[in-house]
Design a protein around this ligand. Structure first.
Ligand code: FAD
Ligand code: FES
Ligand code: FES
Length: 1309
C-alpha cells in the first residue's frame, strides 16, 4: 500500500469553489508511516500495509506487544483498548483517548502517539498505580480483559475524567466474563478524588493502597503519593517529515482539507472509495471496508468545526461523538433554546461506548444509516426528531441542506457530509427520546423513538413529530399519528386512545431474525408514546399511580458493594486474602496466553471451513482448487486425510463422564450435515487473515435436506419421533399424596447460552524433531486432548507433549471442545511439518461450538394449604444437540433433589437429540438448571396458594439433611431484611401501575462430587530452599495457583514468595481429569497435603539423623536432606481412594431485588444479598470474586443473553453486536456478598469449600424477582390473568414487556 499525504493550503469551511481538477493540487507520496508507540518513534514502510490492517495487528504481530489482546474484532469486547494521543485538527491540541485497536486502521495512525499497557509498568520496574489498584482489589481473574480495562482507565485519567460516577459510566465497552465487574470498578473508583469508603466495600489496608511496588525504588524520584505518570518523550509534527517524491494514483490518501477530498474524487471517477473517519463502522458492517481507494479524513479541520449562532448549532460531520457530547452539554447549559440538547447528551451516552465514541463520527454514523436503512441509528433519530439539517458538500459552490429523512434518499456518491445543523427549540415544545436495548450500555436499539410536540396553553397540539428507529428500513415517522393529534388536546384519555390506535395500526415492524419479534416492537412503539405523554402531563392531570410510568428507569451513578468475611490470622496464609499470584503480570500485559506466543519460522495459521446447510443436507463436494493456488495458502485438510492416517474421525476419546459417542471432526463427503455450521475441513495459510479469507472461498456444495431441522425439545415432541426423544430413568416417589387441595401444572425451559470466554478456542502446535509435537492448547483437560489426537491422527501418545500455562477464560467450553481445534491443527502441522496456530474467530467459535444444555421441565405438583408438596411429577428433557455427550442428569438431579424433602418426587428424565451443535458443559452444568427447575416449582406453588415464597420453601425444606442451610436462610432473611422489604414492595406495587419492584429468595444445596484423578508434583531446590509445584489443574482465573501456593507455604512453613507454581504439562501430570466441577482445587490441595507430608517426613527424618538443632532453618534442613541423598521431589495423586473424601455440600442463599419499567421491559437489579458457604474460605478475596463473577454470569444467562437460530438452524446472534453479556452497569446496584463464619468443611484438609460454580445457581433469584415485579402488573392488566408468568427462555427485556400483558387500552392519565 502506498500512502498519500495530501499537502495543500487549508480550505475555507464556508466557501469552496467549484473546481474541476485543481491544477495546483499535488499529491505527496509517503513511503512510510510515522507514529509513536510507547514513546518510541516508529517509521513503517507503507509498501506492505493494507487498509484492512489494524493497529491491533501491528502492535501484536509486528511489535510483539501482546499485552494488548483481541477477541471480537468488532469493537464489542474491549480486550484491545489502547490509549491514543491525537492532535485535534481544530484546536491543534493533543488529546488522549481510549480506542479499540481492533477497529483503528493502522494507516490512520500517522502522527499518533499510542500507549499500550506495556508502557505503564511491568513486574521488574514496578506497576503503574492503575495496575497496582486492579491487583490490590482483586480485579483480575483470567486476566484476558485486564489490559483493556487498565488502558481504558489510563485514558480516563489522561482526560481528567476521574470522578467515581465518570469512572463507573466509562466501562461499557470493556467486557469481563469473570469478575462481575464490582472489583474492577472498586479498584478504579478508589483512585477517584471523591472516592468514598462507604461505596467501595472492603478496601485493603490503606498502607497497602499507597504502596509503591516498584522493585527498583532507588531509581524512583517520586514520593509515593505521586500518581506515576507515563512520559511520552517525542513530539510528532502534524504533517510528518518523511514525505518523499510526488506521485499520483495510489489508494490510501490522508487529506487535510475538504478540497483534497473532492480533488481525489475527481481523479478517481468511477472507482469505489471509502472515507475513513473513526473506521468503527467495520465493527458492525464488515464489508464496508473493501474499496478501490480510501481517503483518511481524520485530519480535516473543516469537518471538526462547530459554531453556535442564533439560528442553529452547526457541528462538523467529522466531529467524534464524544466531542459532540461535550459541545452539546456546554451549549445546553448556556442557551435556553438549546436546553433540549442535554437530553441528546443522555441519549448519545447510550450509543456504543466511549472508545467507539472517541473516534466514531457524526457523519460516519449517518453514512451507515444511509447505506443500511434498517440500522437503528441513534444519531439519525435525534437529528430527525428536531428537524436538523444535514449539510452535504459535493465540492461545488453550493451546499445541499437536507432533512435527515431526505438525506437517506439522496445520492451521496462523491459527496461528503460537511456538517449538521441543530435548530433552537423553545419551551413551547416538549421533547423526549428513548432507546430500548438489551442491556444498560453498549448495545444497539431494539427500538428507539423521539417525540417532539408543540402545544398551546390549552394543551392543544399544533405540531407533532413522532420518529422511530428499528421498525423497518423505510419507517421513520408515524405520519398518521402525527396528523391525527394535530389540533387536538393531548392530555385527554379519548384522544390518547385514538392516537394509540392509529399508531398501532401504522407501525408494522419488519420480521427479521435476530431482531426481536415484530409484535413486541409494535406494542413497544405505542407504549413509548404513552410514556412520553405521561412524562409531560402536568401532575394535576395524571393519577399518582400512572405518573411514575413517565420517568425513565435510572440507575444511581455509583454502585456499592459489601464483602463480608472473617479470617483467622493464626492460620495465615491459609484464609488470608492474598492477591492473586498472576494478577501483577495480568495487569501489565506480561501474562502470556497462547496467541501471544511468538511466531516461528514458517508459522502457519488455520481456519475451519464450515458447511452452511440445514441439518440433514448431504455434503456433495468440497472444491479447494482455486484457493490452494493462492499465494500463502499452505493446504486444505478434510475427513479423508484422517482416513489416510488410519485415525478415527472424532475429536473425543472414551472417558466415563463426557463420552458416549464420537463427534465428527470434519463432515465426510456423502454424509448428512449434523448442524448448520459443521466444519468440513481446515485450511492453512501463512497469515491468520489469509486463512480466514481462504476458508470463506472454498466451494462446498450440499444436496438440500428434504426436512426442516428440529431445534428444540418442543419441536422434537411435535415431530413425535421416537428416534429423537429417549427415556433415561424413572426416579420413583417413595410416597405420594394426591388428596391435596391445590394442583398446579407448569412448564419451565432453559435455553442455550454461549460461554463468552474472552480467549477463544486456540491451540499452538509445533512439530519437533523425532516425530513429536509440542502442543499448547487452551484446554481444561490435557489428557483428553492427548488421547483424542492420538486416536484421531494415529500418533503415539508419547509423541504428544502438551503444556498449559493459563486460560483466558473458559467456563466449561474448553473441557472437550478445544479438542476439535487441537486435533485439526495437529493434523495440519503433521501434514505440513510446520507450526500451526489456530485461534477460532468469534463468529466460528459461536457457530461451531456447543453451548449450555437446554432443559425443559413439564411438571404437575399437588400441595396442601401451606404449600407442602403431596406429589410432584416432573418430566425433565435435556436437549443435547446433535450428539449424546453432555449427559448432565446426575448434576441436574443432585441440585433438584438436594434442598427439599423428595419422598413425593417422581421424576422421569429424557434426552432429546436435535440439530444443533452438541451441548457442552458450562459453569455449574446441570446444577444451574437443576436448582432453577425446583426453585421455579416452589415459586409457582407460592403464587398459586398466595403465600410468601420463602414460607413455601421452609415448609418443604429438608432440614434433617441440611441443618446448616436452615441456619443460613434465617441469617440471610435477617441480614437482607427480606420480610420488611417485601412488605414495602407490595405497597409500592399497589401505588404504582407502570413501575414495579420485585424481590425473591433462592436457597441452594450444591452437592460436590470428587470424581476423578488429579495430581501434584512438588520439587524443593537445595540451592535456596525454594519450592516449585506443578499440578494438573489449569489456571483459568479461579485462583487455583494462588490457593495452592498459600497451602504449600502453610504446610512447609515458608513465606509464600518461596513457592512458584509451574505450568501444567502431561509429563508431570499424565492421565488427569479435566479442571472443572469446582473440585479441582480441593483435589489438588489434598494431593499437595499428601506430597508435603511425605517430603516433610523425609526432610525431618534426615534432620533428626543428622542431629540438626530443632530450630534449624528451612534451608539448612533442605540442604541437609539433599546432602544425605534424600529425594526432594514428590508426586502425589488424588484419585478417590477409600480414605479420600467423595462428596461435600455447599450451601447458599440469595435475596435479589429488582425494579422494572412495565412500559419498556427494562429492569435494574437494585440489590443482591448473597450468602455463600465457602467453609473456612481459603482465600476470601478470591472466593468473593468467584461469587460475584458467577452471580453476574448467571444473571446474564437468565436475563440478557439470547441465542437466536433461524429456521435452517443457523445461529443469527453470532457476534458481540447481537449476543450481549452483562456489562459494568448491569450488575447489582448494591451488591452484598457474605461468606459465613464458623462453617468449616469437615472433609477437606484446609476446611475450605469450592466457590467457583455454586453461586451461579443463586442468580435464579433475579428472574424470580422480575416475576414478582410482574405479578401485580399482570393482575392489574387483566383481573383474570394468572399472576405467574411462564419462563420458556430468558427473562429478556422483551419477555418482561410481553409478560406484563401490555394493552394500550389501559394507557390512561
Ligand atoms: C461496538 C459498536 C457499537 C455501536 N453502537 C451504536 C449504537 O448504539 N447506536 C448507534 O447509532 N450507532 C452505534 N454504533 C455505530 C457508531 O456510532 C458508528 O460506528 C460511528 O459513528 C461511525 O463513525 P466513523 O467515523 O467510525 O465512521 P467510519 O467507519 O470511518 O465510516 C463509515 C462510513 O461513513 C462514511 N463517511 C465517514 N465520514 C463521512 C463524511 N464526512 N461524509 C460522508 N461519508 C462519510 C465512510 O465513507 C464510511 O462508508 C456502534 C458502533 C460500534 C462499533
Ligand atoms: S477485539 Fe477490539 S473490541 Fe473486541
Ligand atoms: S478477568 Fe475479565 S474476562 Fe477474565
Amino acid at each position: 500500500m502506498d500512502v498519500m499525504l495530501v499537502a495543500l493550503e487549508d480550505s475555507n469551511l464556508q466557501e469552496i469553489e467549484e473546481v474541476d481538477v485543481d491544477d495546483n493540487w499535488k499529491l505527496v507520496k509517503s513511503d512510510v508511516l510515522t507514529f509513536i508507540i510507547n514513546g518510541e518513534k516508529k517509521t513503517v514502510p507503507t509498501i506492505n500495509l493494507t487498509p484492512e490492517m489494524t493497529l491491533n495487528e501491528y502492535l501484536r504481530d509486528t511489535l510483539h506487544l501482546t499485552g494488548t489482546k483481541y477477541m471480537c474484532f468488532e469493537g464489542g469486547c474491549g480486550a484491545c483498548v489502547v490509549a491514543a494521543t491525537i492532535r485535534n485538527p481544530r484546536t491543534n491540541v493533543k488529546e488522549t483517548h481510549a480506542v479499540n485497536s481492533c477497529l483503528v486502521a493502522l494507516l490512520s495512525c500517522q502522527n499518533w502517539e499510542i500507549t499500550t499497557v506495556e508502557h505503564l509498568g511491568n513486574q521488574y520496574d514496578g506497576l503503574h498505580d492503575i495496575q497496582q489498584k486492579i491487583v490490590t482489589f482483586n480485579g483480575t481473574q483470567c486476566g484476558f480483559c485486564t489490559p483493556g480495562m487498565v488502558m481504558n482507565m489510563y485514558a480516563l485519567q489522561e482526560a481528567d475524567k476521574t470522578k467515581m460516577a465518570e469512572i463507573e459510566n466509562s466501562f461499557g465497552g470493556n467486557m469481563c466474563r469473570c469478575t462481575g465487574y464490582r472489583s474492577i470498578l472498586t479498584a478504579f473508583k478508589s483512585m477517584a478524588p471523591d472516592a468514598n469508603p462507604a461505596v467501595l466495600g472492603i478496601i485493603p489496608d490503606i498502607e497497602e493502597l499507597r504502596l509503591c511496588s516498584k522493585r527498583n525504588k532507588e531509581n524512583c524520584q517520586n514520593d509515593c503519593q505521586h500518581n506515576c505518570e507515563v512520559k511520552l518523550p517525542l513530539e510528532m509534527n502534524l504533517r510528518g517529515d518523511n514525505l518523499e517524491d510526488l506521485k499520483d494514483a495510489q489508494n490510501w490518501y490522508k487529506v487535510q482539507t475538504t478540497r483534497d477530498i473532492f480533488n481525489l474524487f475527481r481523479r478517481n471517477r468511477g472507482k469505489t472509495y471509502q472515507l475513513v473517519a473513526g473506521n468503527t463502522a467495520r465493527g458492525i458492517y464488515k464489508e464496508i471496508s473493501q474499496k478501490d481507494y480510501y481517503i483518511d479524513i481524520t485530519d480535516v479541520k473543516e469537518l471538526k468545526n462547530y459554531q453556535l449562532n442564533t439560528k442553529n448549532l452547526k457541528l462538523g460531520g467529522g466531529m467524534s461523538l464524544s466531542e459532540v457530547m461535550i459541545v452539546l452539554k456546554d451549549v445546553a447549559g448556556r442557551d435556553d433554546d438549546f436546553k433540549y440538547l442535554q437530553k441528546f447528551v443522555e441519549h448519545l451516552d447510550l450509543v456504543a461506548h466511549i472508545p467507539v465514541r472517541n473516534v466514531g463520527t457524526l457523519a460516519g454514523n449517518l453514512s451507515i444509516k444511509h447505506a443500511y436503512n434498517e440500522f437503528a441509528s441513534d444519531v439519525f433519530l435525534l437529528l430527525e426528531v428536531v428537524g436538523a439539517k444535514i449539510i452535504v458538500d459535493n465540492g461545488g459552490l453550493f451546499k445541499k441542506s437536507l432533512l435527515p429523512r431526505d438525506y437517506l434518499n439522496y445520492n451521496m456518491n462523491q459527496k461528503i457530509i460537511l456538517s449538521v445543523e441543530l435548530p433552537p427549540i423553545d419551551d413551547s415544545y416538549k421533547l423526549e427520546t428513548y432507546k430500548i436495548m438489551p442491556r444498560a450500555q453498549n448495545a444497539h436499539a431494539y427500538l428507539n423513538a423521539g417525540f417532539l410536540v408543540k402545544m398551546n396553553k390549552k394543551n392543544v397540539v399544533s405540531s407533532a413529530t413522532f420518529v422511530y428507529g428499528g421498525v423497518a428500513p423505510n419507517f421513520i415517522h408515524a405520519k398518521n399519528s402525527e396528523a391525527f393529534i394535530k389540533g387536538k388536546q393531548l392530555f385527554d384519555n379519548g384522544n390518547m386512545q385514538k392516537l394509540f390506535g392509529k399508531l398501532y395500526s401504522e407501525v408494522h415492524p419488519e420480521d427479521k431474525s435476530p431482531d426481536p419479534p415484530p409484535e413486541f416492537r409494535r406494542r413497544l412503539a405505542v407504549s413509548l408514546m404513552y410514556k412520553f405523554i405521561l412524562s409531560i402531563t402536568p401532575e394535576s392531570a395524571v393519577s399518582k399511580a400512572n405518573k411514575s410510568g413517565g420517568s425513565k428507569l435510572k440507575r444511581p451513578d455509583v454502585s456499592t458493594g459489601v464483602q463480608d468475611y472473617k479470617t483467622n490470622k493464626s492460620m495465615y496464609p491459609i484464609g488470608e486474602a492474598v492477591t492473586k499470584l498472576e494478577a501483577p503480570i495480568q495487569a501489565t500485559g506480561e501474562a502470556e496466553y497462547i496467541t501471544d506466543m511468538p511466531d516461528l519460522h514458517n508459522q502457519c495459521y488455520a481456519a475451519f471451513v464450515t458447511g452452511k446447510a440445514a441439518a440433514g443436507s448431504i455434503l456433495r463436494s468440497i472444491d479447494a482448487t482455486e484457493v490452494l493456488k493462492m499465494e500463502g495458502v499452505e493446504g486444505f485438510f478434510q475427513a479423508s486425510d484422517i482416513d489416510d492416517v488410519g485415525g478415527v474421525n472424532s475429536f473425543l476419546s472414551p472417558n466415563p463422564i463426557f463420552y458416549r459417542e464420537d463427534e465428527e471432526i470434519f463432515l465426510p463427503i456423502g454424509q448428512p450435515i449434523k448442524f448448520y455450521y459443521e466444519p468440513v475441513g481446515v485450511v492453512v495459510a501463512n497469515s491468520r487473515r489469509l486463512a480466514q479469507q481462504a476458508a470463506g472461498m472454498i466451494k462446498v456444495t450440499f444436496e438440500p435436506s428434504a426436512h426442516s431441522p428440529i431445534l428444540t425439545t418442543k419441536e422434537a415432541m411435535e415431530e413425535k419421533s421416537k428416534e429423537r426423544i429417549h427415556h433415561l430413568e424413572t426416579r420413583v416417589a417413595k410416597k405420594q399424596n394426591h388428596n391435596v387441595p391445590h394442583k398446579i401444572k407448569g412448564v419451565f425451559e432453559t435455553d442455550w447460552k454461549y460461554h463468552y470466554h474472552m480467549e477463544l478456542q486456540v491451540v499452538n502446535v509445533i512439530p519437533g524433531d523425532n516425530g513429536y509435537f509440542d502442543i499448547y492448547p487452551s484446554t481444561q483437560w490435557m489428557d483428553n486432548v492427548q488421547y483424542s489426537i492420538q486416536r484421531a491422527l494415529n500418533i503415539p501418545a508419547h509423541k504428544l507433549r502438551i503444556a498449559v500455562k493459563r486460560l483466558g477464560g473458559s467456563f466449561g467450553a474448553k473441557i472437550t471442545r478445544n479438542n476439535w481445534t487441537s486435533v485439526a491443527a495437529t493434523l495440519a502441522a503433521m501434514k505440513l511439518n510446520k507450526p500451526v496456530k489456530f485461534m477460532i474467530p468469534l463468529v466460528d467459535n459461536m457457530n461451531v461450538m456447543g453451548k449450555r444444555n437446554c432443559y425443559r421441565s413439564e411438571y404437575e405438583v399437588g400441595v396442601d394449604k401451606d404449600g407442602v408438596i403431596g406429589f410432584l411429577d416432573n418430566n425433565l428433557y435435556n436437549n443435547i444437540g446433535a450428539y449424546q455427550n453432555a449427559m448432565l442428569e446426575g448434576f441436574v438431579l443432585e441440585l433438584y433433589e438436594g434442598t427439599y424433602r423428595t419422598d413425593a418426587f417422581q421424576t422421569d428424565t429424557f434426552w432429546v437429540r436435535t440439530d444443533n451443535p452438541a451441548a457442552t458443559m458450562m459453569r455449574a452444568p446441570g446444577s444451574f438448571e437443576g436448582c432453577a427447575i425446583i426453585e421455579n416449582i416452589l415459586e409457582h406453588i407460592a403464587y398459586k396458594i398466595d403465600k410468601d415464597p420463602i414460607d413455601v420453601r421452609m415448609a418443604n425444606l429438608n432440614t434433617e439433611a441440611n441443618p446448616l442451610l436452615k441456619k443460613l436462610i434465617d441469617d440471610c432473611l435477617e441480614w437482607s431484611e427480606y420480610r420488611k422489604r417485601r412488605a414495602d414492595i407490595e405497597t409500592f406495587n399497589k401505588e404504582n401501575r407502570w413501575r414495579k419492584k420485585g424481590i425473591a429468595i433462592v436457597p441452594m444445596t450444591f452437592g460436590m462430587l470428587f470424581v476423578a484423578p488429579y495430581n501434584v508434583q512438588v520439587s524443593i531446590f537445595h540451592a535456596d530452599g525454594t519450592i516449585a509445584i506443578s499440578h494438573c489443574g489449569v489456571e483459568m482465573g479461579q485462583g487455583i495457583n494462588t490457593k495452592t501456593a498459600q497451602a504449600a507455604a502453610y504446610l512447609f512453613k515458608v513465606d509464600i514468595s518461596m513457592i512458584e507454581i509451574w505450568p501444567t504439562n502431561n509429563f508431570v501430570s499424565p492421565n488427569c481429569f479435566a479442571t472443572g466441577g469446582a473440585v479441582t482445587t480441593e483435589s489438588v490441595l489434598i494431593a499437595l497435603n499428601s506430597a508435603s507430608e511425605k517430603l516433610l517426613s523425609r526432610i525431618n527424618e534426615a534432620a533428626t539423623s543428622a542431629k540438626l538443632p530443632s530450630d534449624a532453618s528451612w534451608l539448612d534442613r533442605v540442604r541437609n536432606a539433599f546432602d544425605n541423598g534424600v529425594s526432594l521431589t514428590e508426586n502425589q495423586h488424588f484419585s478417590n481412594d477409600p480414605n479420600d473424601p467423595t462428596t461435600f455440600k455447599v450451601y447458599g442463599v440469595c435475596v435479589s431485588e429488582v425494579e422494572v419499567d412495565i412500559l419498556t421491559g427494562a429492569h435494574i437489579v437494585q440489590r443482591v444479598d448473597l450468602l455463600e458457604d465457602a467453609g473456612n474460605p481459603l482465600n476470601p478475596a478470591i472466593d468473593i470474586g468467584q461469587c460475584e463473577g458467577a452471580f453476574v454470569m448467571g444473571m446474564g444467562n437468565w436475563t440478557i443473553e439470547d441465542i437466536v437460530l433461524n429456521e435452517e438452524g443457523a445461529l443469527t446472534t453470532n457476534s458481540t453486536w447481537w449476543y450481549k453479556i452483562p456489562g459494568a452497569k448491569d450488575i447489582p446496584v448494591d451488591f452484598r456478598v457474605k461468606l459465613p463464619d464458623g462453617v468449616p468443611n469437615p472433609v477437606t484438609p484446609f476446611r475450605n469449600k469450592a466457590t467457583s460454580e455454586p453461586p451461579i445457581c443463586l442468580s435464579f433469584a433475579v428472574p424470580l424477582a422480575i416475576k414478582h415485579a410482574l405479578k401485580s402488573a399482570r393482575v392489574q392488566s387483566d383481573a383474570k390473568a394468572d399472576p405467574w408468568a411462564v419462563m420458556e427462555g430468558p427473562t429478556t427485556i422483551q419477555w418482561i414487556f410481553d409478560n406484563a400483558l401490555p394493552d394500550y387500552k389501559q394507557y390512561k392519565l
